[in-house]
Design a protein around this ligand. Structure first.
Ligand code: SAM
Length: 318
């Protein structure tokens, strides 16, 4: 059906992210020793503005995620929604920042691919086995469950089944919990994404939601971005929410979150440690600075918090 084709095009987007991250890390934009196991080869060259954009995305999201984990002294959970082939679990393990449990959710077919890679590549499986204490490690084709890392196949538009599966794998609704979604909500209708963030705020009393996706999509540049995706049968069903930083924040403020903030990526880029920004800007020559600016102005990070435990989550920022 049409909707199967649309979902298949959305599933394929996780390879774009992986291929772009693999290329950027091969050039030294940031370190990721694990992405190589999810993308067969470095692949063709990517334009420098793409790599700089991914740099801002990875550093920006990590900045907020790590701040939450530190604030809770690792006594927390992470739930990565639409995680694709993301390698954050391995980075956190390496940096001694593992939460009590790290959950990932994606479509079952994407999850099956990720699990296959983990099973067949010891550098991926070793950290999972090392952080697991009993002989009960579950590793079948459709799910992985260990003490500290769990991957679940589910459709994020089906909240009751998502809730049920997470609870089956020992999700603790009393623990401070941080959600991460990168370029995921934009593929769902505003109703679906709103239901998801509403479920998150209903389920946890102390939580943060970090969302990275397109913004300012109503101008000419935004229209071209939409057309490019449509060429690949990919529809940004949630594009309405991507009209402005305010509409991004409203999604949370209307669904029980206490506080929400949003920045476009040009602003985030200017707030990252400038010494490292200068370093990456020397990696590859970029003569069209304007294109980078336009690109960064069309992506955003939005984050929302609720804080019954009074941890000071409202102060987490750049
Ligand atoms: N977050 C990852 C990253 O940044 O590398 C992957 C991003 S990729 C652009 C979008 C991911 O969201 C895909 O892996 C796709 O399968 C997943 N996704 C989109 N809609 C979904 C849904 N309704 N249920 C589960 N996963 C979904």
């Amino acid at each position: 059906t049409d909707s199967d084709t649309a979902d298949e095009a959305v599933r394929a987007t996780c390879d774009d992210a992986t291929v772009c991250k693999r290329f950027a890390t091969s050039k030294g934009y940031w370190r990721d020793l694990y992405i190589q196991y999810f993308a067969r080869s470095v692949g063709e060259r990517k334009a420098p503005e793409i790599s700089r954009g991914y740099y801002a995305r990875v550093k920006g999201v990590n900045n907020l995620l790590d701040a939450f984990i530190r604030k809770t002294e690792c006594d927390c959970q992470v739930i990565n929604l639409g995680a694709g082939l993301d390698t954050t679990f391995w980075r956190l393990k390496e940096e001694n920042l593992l939460p009590r449990k790290y959950f990932e959710v994606d479509f079952p077919t994407v999850v099956a691919r990720k699990i296959h890679n983990i099973k067949t590549k010891p550098p991926l499986s070793k950290p999972i086995i090392e952080t697991h204490s009993t002989d009960s490690l579950l590793l079948d084709a459709h799910s992985l469950d260990s003490d500290r890392y769990c991957i679940i196949g589910a459709d994020l538009r089906d909240i009751s089944s998502l809730d049920e599966k997470l609870k089956k794998f020992q999700l603790n609704t009393e623990l401070p919990t941080v959600f991460v979604s990168e370029c995921v909500l934009v593929y769902m209708t505003p109703t679906h994404s709103s239901n998801l963030v509403c479920w998150a705020s209903d389920t946890f009393h102390t939580a943060m939601f970090i969302n990275y996706e397109q913004v300012n999509m109503s101008d000419r540049f935004g229209q071209v971005m939409i057309e490019n995706l449509q060429h690949r049968h990919c529809t940004l069903a949630g594009v309405e929410v991507c009209q402005s930083l305010d509409s991004q924040k409203d999604r949370y403020l209307k669904t029980g979150w206490e506080h929400a903030d949003a920045l476009d990526m040009m602003t985030v880029y200017s707030m990252l440690p400038q010494e490292d920004v200068e370093r990456i800007e020397r990696l590859e020559f970029l003569d069209e600075k304007e294109l980078l600016q336009q690109l960064l102005q069309h992506y955003s990070i939005c984050w929302a918090t609720k804080d019954k435990l009074n941890l000071g989550l409202v102060h987490l920022a750049f």
